[in-house]
Design a protein around this ligand. Structure first.
Ligand code: DHB
Length: 531
């Protein structure tokens, strides 16, 4: 059996030193979740062992999805050829780049753009794992449900995507004897919807919100805590994302759904004005430990206070870093001073000080108009017609739903006035939001529960100590993206630091919604960071 063949657990810290599991999901029947140590296949050209199509839960709900593929550097195994294309392995004390079977990181890609799922790997392909496995990492790709598997039984909506990921992590932890790598070095990484699900996973190790879902799947009764989360452009904290979007960007735009006279223009202003109340409730601190708050300003939308300064400072830092790593001439500018002058166009939102050699971003509106105009309609995440991606994420099967209590509250407060303005329809009424918010999923949980489960800031809130936080984070986002507000990543970083996590953070000037990097290739940077 697998247990008899390998004794890797003896080499590594594994369960004992992993963050304490808060969950008590029962272990599935013995044997159900044991990886077969005699079923490895071997890629001799690249010296890698692999298994594909391994079911990682005892009671799959999407049997074609809830399967993982694991690829292991050849150095970590001695193998016996079974003569039928498969190999039975035993532990080896080989090393790759200093890593061993006991110490190697285990990396989980979360490639779920648009909150789709991640298909189970159909066939081993070296190209998909070359960068990580040749670095000595154990690579696990878990099939995950998502908006592409939504059906009338809620099989893809939140929180199932993250539940599946957690179940796969638990499976790998449960098979410490059969799968090399350190259970104290599990790393998840992803972009956008995948960066968001990575951020949720990294903040919610063994969080009780997920326990009933994991139990329903028959997930292993081990821990789903991870060591590190790597997020590019996480599109997260969705319950308040409509207001964040209008505060950061929408208030500075006046076309489309923000055109004068439309009800959505007024809704945009009301959302923007509502943001301060939410932001101030987060109790965020800056790196010096001072409170980050918004205070009122002349516009009626709170655009003053330490948080406003914090946002401008982050933009300023990104621009100065950019000026530092960019080779001039760049974009027709011979020098940084010329570049900044062209960027500003005489508007005064950004200046350059010759004496210090530093640029300063002075006005959020000027920055947004130049670099980050909104690309989404008002109601960017909880859409007024339920047409946004996130209305499907928090929908019921294939039916999109409203999900944000905060959006409901703004509509309810403004509804009478909105009804007098252009474009209003009865279907936008607050009662529609209210009815959707009441709907419950197959485990009886409503939108508020699911939105919280999917919000890293919920898990990071003061007092929520019954869950494990990944201690190591790397966050990179492109500043020009219209996909979400910059406040999303800034607040995530601040909340993580506030809870003691180490955060390698940068917003990248001039880069959009992509695996943003200041310099270099994102995969190479990822591997180097994990190392
Ligand atoms: C993604 C992009 C979005 O604009 C969004 O709202 C959710 C997800 C993505 O690219 O994954």
């Amino acid at each position: 059996t697998a247990a008899g063949v390998l004794a890797l657990a003896a080499c590594g810290p594994d369960e004992e030193s992993a963050p304490a599991p808060a969950s008590t999901s029962p272990a599935p029947a013995a044997g159900d979740l044991t990886l077969d140590a005699a079923a490895w296949r071997y890629d001799a050209e690249h010296d890698a062992y692999h298994q594909v199509g391994v079911t990682y839960v005892a009671s799959p709900q999407a049997p074609d999805r809830e399967r993982l593929a694991v690829v292991v550097p050849g150095a970590y195994f001695d193998a016996e050829d079974n003569g039928d294309g498969t190999f039975t392995v035993t532990a080896s004390d080989g090393a790759v780049d200093g890593w061993t079977a006991a110490t190697a990181p285990i990396v989980f890609p979360v490639n779920t753009p648009g909150y789709t799922g991640q298909p189970a790997v159909a066939e081993y392909r070296w190209e998909d794992v070359a960068a990580t496995v040749s670095a000595g990492f154990v690579h696990v790709t878990a099939g995950l449900r998502g908006t592409d598997t939504n059906s009338d039984t809620f099989t893809g909506n939140a929180p199932w995507g993250v539940v599946d990921l957690k179940a796969a992590i638990r499976y790998v932890r449960a098979n410490a004897e059969a799968i090399p790598g350190s259970r104290d070095r599990i790393v998840c990484y992803g972009h956008s919807g995948g960066g968001a699900q990575t951020a949720v996973t990294g903040t919610s190790g063994d969080a009780p919100e997920f326990t009933p879902y994991l139990e329903a799947l028959g997930a292993a009764g081990t821990s789903d805590a991870i060591a590190a989360a790597v997020c590019w452009c996480p599109i997260t904290s969705l319950g308040h994302a409509n207001a964040a979007y209008e505060w950061n960007m929408g208030q500075f735009a006046d076309t489309g759904t923000r055109a004068p006279g439309t009800w959505t223009e007024q809704y945009s202003k009301d959302l923007a004005a509502a943001y301060a109340g939410h932001l101030n409730s987060l109790d965020l601190l800056d790196e010096a430990g001072d409170a980050l708050t918004l205070t009122s300003s002349a516009t009626g939308i709170d655009l003053a206070g330490s948080y406003h300064d914090h946002v401008l400072a982050a933009l300023t830092t990104s621009l100065n870093r950019f000026l530092g790593y960019t080779t001039f001439p760049h974009d027709g500018a011979a020098t940084p001073v010329e570049f900044v002058a062209a960027l500003d166009g005489g508007a005064g939102w950004v200046t350059f000080d010759q004496a210090s050699g530093q640029a300063t971003v002075r006005d959020l509106g000027g920055f947004v108009r130049s670099q980050k105009p909104p690309t989404k309609d008002v109601g960017a995440f909880d859409g007024v017609d339920r047409g946004a991606t996130e209305n499907a994420v928090f929908g019921h099967g294939t039916q999109n739903l409203h999900f944000a209590r905060a959006a409901h509250d703004v509509v309810a407060a403004g509804e009478e006035r909105y009804a007098q303005l252009q474009g209003w329809q009865a279907g936008y009424a607050a009662s529609e939001y209210a009815a959707d918010l009441e709907q419950t999923d197959s485990l009886g949980e409503d939108a508020a529960y699911r939105v919280d489960a999917y919000d890293p800031l919920h898990h990071l809130a003061d007092g929520r100590t019954d869950r494990s936080l990944a201690p190591h984070w790397r966050i990179r986002t492109g500043l020009t993206q219209g996909d979400t507000a910059s406040t999303v990543e800034l607040n995530l970083a601040a909340a993580l630091r506030g809870r003691g996590a180490s955060v390698d953070f940068a917003t990248v000037w001039g880069v959009g919604h992509t695996e943003a990097e200041e310099t270099g290739d994102h995969t190479e940077n990822f591997v180097a960071w994990v190392r």
